[in-house]
Ligand binder design. Sequence first.
Ligand code: ADP
Ligand code: MG
Length: 384
Amino acid sequence: MTVPLSPSQHDSPALDDGCSSVRVAVRARPLVEKEIVEKCTECVSYSQDGKQVVLGKDRRFTFDHVFGPNISQDDVYMDCVKPLVESCCAGYNATVLAYGQTGSGKTFTMGCGNNVSLLEEELGILPRAIRQLYENVEERSNQAEFLIKCAYVEIYNEEIKDLLHPDTPSKSISIREDANGDIVLAGVKEEVVTNFESMIRFLEHGSVFRTTGSTLMNQHSSRSHAIFTIIIEQRSILESAGINDVITAKFHLVDLAGSERAKRTGAVGMRFKESVTINCGLLALGNVISALGDERKRCQHVPYRESKLTRMLQDSLGGNSRTCMIACISTADTNFEETLNTLKYANRARNIRNKPVINRDPQSVMLNQLRQEIRALQVELLNQ
Ligand code: ADP
Ligand code: MG
């Protein structure tokens, strides 16, 4: 895929520094051809202010953003993701999660399908975020040296696969906590990427390996969670001040598996087993969301260890990250029940409070302190 490096048309919304709640957006897709042929009707409406969605006659929900079927990819990106890219460049971790039933528009919204469109207006979140990241890096090249890496994994039937290195056995991959308490994926190889085009190639390459299955709902419905991670390390160039700050941020972009219940997909046999396991990952995510969203439970045990997905996203939910969940819904009346489930699930996520901090390398912090002490001593000596 070659994506034009055009400057963005929008102004950047201000960073919401004080607020650390998980932001939740709903995006409704238009009826697809099959639904029009089957004479489905739309059962979702939207308030003028872009904050409320009404399902059927009176199921009303409020979110940080509500995007109707005519809202462009660029608008979704600008409202939900651009501030997160800027935040990552300032050293904060960020996460974007696309949630919803199969066929609701998760992969379209994230832009991580393996036949990504070449048209500018159809580009999803991932290519837009990658493009902006390299623009920001370019702009700041006289202030900091950047090292940018990416990794792409899939969680399928509770096994983690390295999509950029598909020969790596799943058994050699594990989720661990490092000395700083950060979650790391041991055994997954991160690739250093110096430009936009190369990272897009990694994204496309990995997406081809993503496991897909076929169910009654969608020919190529994805049965896995795909997590594309961008790691941004920067060393500030402020020689005059004698400061050498090293900050690192992780940006997870997650295309979750379909949230529908197994029975609706007509899944049988092996595929039924898959559905059950996938629901287990999303069920665990739901349990984590309700534990974190409930004031009374917040100080208690949060069941991150119930699944690989929640373990991997531990920082993103209730931890050190700025997080946005985009709940994708179908507007068709035939999907009423699933849409209701998605809206309820997303509504619970609104209560989560995160604690994002700038990730400074502890060694560089110590080094800077020592440098400052040396300088103070030198000044003292000179004044004697
Ligand atoms: P999911 O990943 O949730 O299974 P997809 O992203 O594959 O769903 O979307 C299903 C179909 O709907 C695709 O053909 C996609 O192009 C189309 N689609 C999804 N969202 C939109 C949208 N906002 N506008 C136009 N078409 C969309
Ligand atoms: Mg998909």
